[in-house]
Design a protein around this ligand. Structure first.
Ligand code: ASP
Length: 582
């Protein structure tokens, strides 16, 4: 038997027991005639003591141990005279009687401790060592707990986990596909699924009633902190349901995860329509841990001779409580912030509502104190507050103001990682128009059903059609999204035609789906949660990479495997591929 106990297990209750532990040497310290070794495994750290006076030979052996050597130690659990309150095992130590080196180790390229000295690249190259660090491993433990709890919640509600294929056909809608050449079908390609969307709908046609799958999805998109080329969804679909049923069941799942994994009771989720979310926060994933809603002031700003406002389609303000005392430098910083190319505002206008009730603004030339008072009144500002105003084209300005709101929230410490605000965004538009490509795209995906009362608008004003689609948002992160689907082949056909598909194209790409709908498709709908994002919100992480065991870097590379990489000419030949270099 390699071990009787783990390195995280022993307490005073085990005093005088003879135990065998196995693990990695985290640290060795020599202190007088004693050698102390911190022995680590997944469960914790236990102090081992080698005593010169008791066993010189053993001490000679112990002093040679290097960091990350794998050893087995036999000894007796003893009460420590010098207890360590920061360690769960800190009341005891093991007086070693036997030491076996199971495997020595090269000196690791960085320290395997809470705060490591390893940079990002080095840690990724040696990810298997990085994963030994408690901080990283605990994120994966959390991930496991969440996935396990989700499975159990869904299983209890009769959801059945079904695996769907990873080699699928490429579809034109959505993000860019990763494609895989087929050796047996020269010149033809599979795609990796962006989600099991079509399969889960077909499973509903098959009568499976309730499906889920914790499943990898692949999208060849530009990467960001919250995006990886492969990511995991908790993917779900249900038959004979309306939007309300889905919202309730999955609000339940989210509450269950918070309760079982974090011990937190989450109140019922507020619901906000897409239109209201854009109006109040300029975002369809608002961070509602703090208020600071938008206040529209266009009507109060026009006609006073200030061309910038007069020509603007929209003028909106946010009220930053207690910020009237901001210095010139702080205001300049905010102006620089909104003018950054990623945000793209032309400038920032402010009104300082000083503690003595006086009003000063960056547009004093055009607006009297009375004018400004109307702005601050509408924003319900109090003396001491600061009004920040942006104007321009409606959608663009709302987005810019949304970034500014988030920045102010962060500066004011209102985005506390231990606070969780969940909500539903509903009534998304069905379509969005792409100015460049001059056609409509499905906002969610082409299988999402329009609201029945809006179907008649499909021909006349498609942009006004609302969808039975919803997103779940936590702390400004889109955690999940789904919709009630179209289950009627005629409506599905119409949807493809609104999206600019000819009948032939629709038939070639999605004929099997429309055909399936002719064989008794039940009304159905579903949702998919991004597990990586869900875990990172639970863990308070800024990047989803930290909760993925082997993530890709920002250029989509696995630096450990050094993938992607070139393949041999033989492999290319077999796949009938020729590399053309320009
Ligand atoms: N398949 C969708 C997605 O990946 C989710 C859904 O509609 O259920 O976003």
């Amino acid at each position: 038997m390699y071990r009787t106990n783990s390195c995280g297990e022993l307490r005073l209750a085990h005093l005088n027991q003879e135990v065998t532990l196995a693990g990695w040497v985290q640290k060795t310290r020599k202190f007088g005639g004693m050698i102390f070794v911190d022995l680590r495994d997944r469960y914790g750290i236990t102090q081992i003591v080698f005593n010169q006076e008791i066993n010189t030979q053993l001490c000679d052996q112990a002093i040679k141990l290097g960091r990350e050597w794998v050893v087995q130690v036999k000894g007796k659990v003893t009460e420590r005279s010098n207890k360590n309150p920061n360690l769960p095992t800190g009341d005891i130590e093991i007086i070693a009687a036997e030491l076996i080196v199971l495997n020595p180790s090269d000196t690791p390229p960085f320290t395997i401790e809470e705060d490591t000295d390893g940079g990002d690249d080095l840690r990724m190259k040696y990810r298997y060592l990085d994963l030994r660090r408690t901080a990283v491993r605990s994120n994966l433990e959390l991930r496991h707990q969440m996935a396990f709890a989700a499975r159990s919640y869904l299983n209890e509600r009769k959801f059945m986990e079904v695996e769907t294929p990873v080699l699928v056909g490429s579809t034109p809608e959505g993000a860019r596909d990763f494609i895989v050449p087929s050796r047996m079908n020269p010149g033809q390609f599979y795609a990796l699924p962006q989600s099991p969307q079509l399969f889960k709908q077909l499973l509903m046609v098959s009568g499976f009633d309730r499906y889920f799958q914790i499943v990898k999805c692949y999208r060849d998109e530009d990467l960001r902190a919250d995006r990886q080329p492969e990511f995991t969804q908790i993917d779900c679909e249900m038959s004979f349901v309306e939007q309300e049923d889905i919202l309730n069941l999955f609000e339940g799942l989210t509450k269950y995860l918070f309760k079982t994994v974090k011990g937190i009771d989450i109140p019922d989720f507020p619901r906000l329509s897409y239109a209201d979310a854009m109006k109040r926060y300029g975002s369809d994933k608002p961070d509602t841990r703090f208020g600071m809603p938008f206040v529209e002031i266009k009507d109060l700003t026009t006609g006073k001779g200030f061309g910038v406002f007069d020509s603007a389609e929209y003028a909106g303000a946010i009220c930053a409580a207690g910020c009237a005392s901001y210095t010139r430098k702080q205001l300049d910083e905010l102006t620089d912030f909104v003018k950054r190319p990623q945000i793209g505002a032309k400038g920032l206008i402010y009104v300082r509502y000083d503690a003595d009730g006086s009003l000063k603004s960056s547009v004093d030339k055009f607006y009297s104190a009375d004018d400004l008072q109307k702005w601050t009144d509408r924003a319900k500002a109090k003396p001491g507050d600061l009004l920040l105003v942006l104007c321009g084209e409606t959608e663009k300005t709302q987005k810019q103001l949304s970034e500014l709101r988030l920045e102010m929230g962060a500066r004011l410490g209102l985005r506390n990682k231990d606070q969780f605000n969940c909500l539903w965004i509903t009534d998304f538009p069905l379509l969005e128009y792409d100015d460049e490509l001059k056609r409509y795209f499905a906002k969610h995906h082409p299988f999402t059903s329009p609201k029945p009362e809006d179907i008649s608008l499909l021909e006349t004003s498609p942009e006004r059609v609302r969808a039975n689609a919803y997103d779940m948002v936590i702390n400004g992160v889109e955690i999940g999204g789904g919709s009630i689907r179209i289950h009627n082949s005629e409506l599905q056909k119409k949807m493809f035609s609104v999206l600019g598909f000819s009948d032939e194209q629709a038939q070639a790409q999605f004929g099997f789906l429309m055909n399936a709908f002719k064989y008794g498709a039940p009304p159905h709908g579903g949702i998919a949660f991004g597990l990586d994002r869900f875990v990172s919100v639970f863990a308070g992480l800024d990047s989803i990479r930290d909760c993925i065991a082997f993530p890709k870097n920002n250029s989509g590379r696995d630096v450990m495997f050094d993938a992607p990489s070139a393949v041999s000419q033989e492999q290319l030949d077999e796949l009938h591929l020729k590399i053309v270099r320009s």
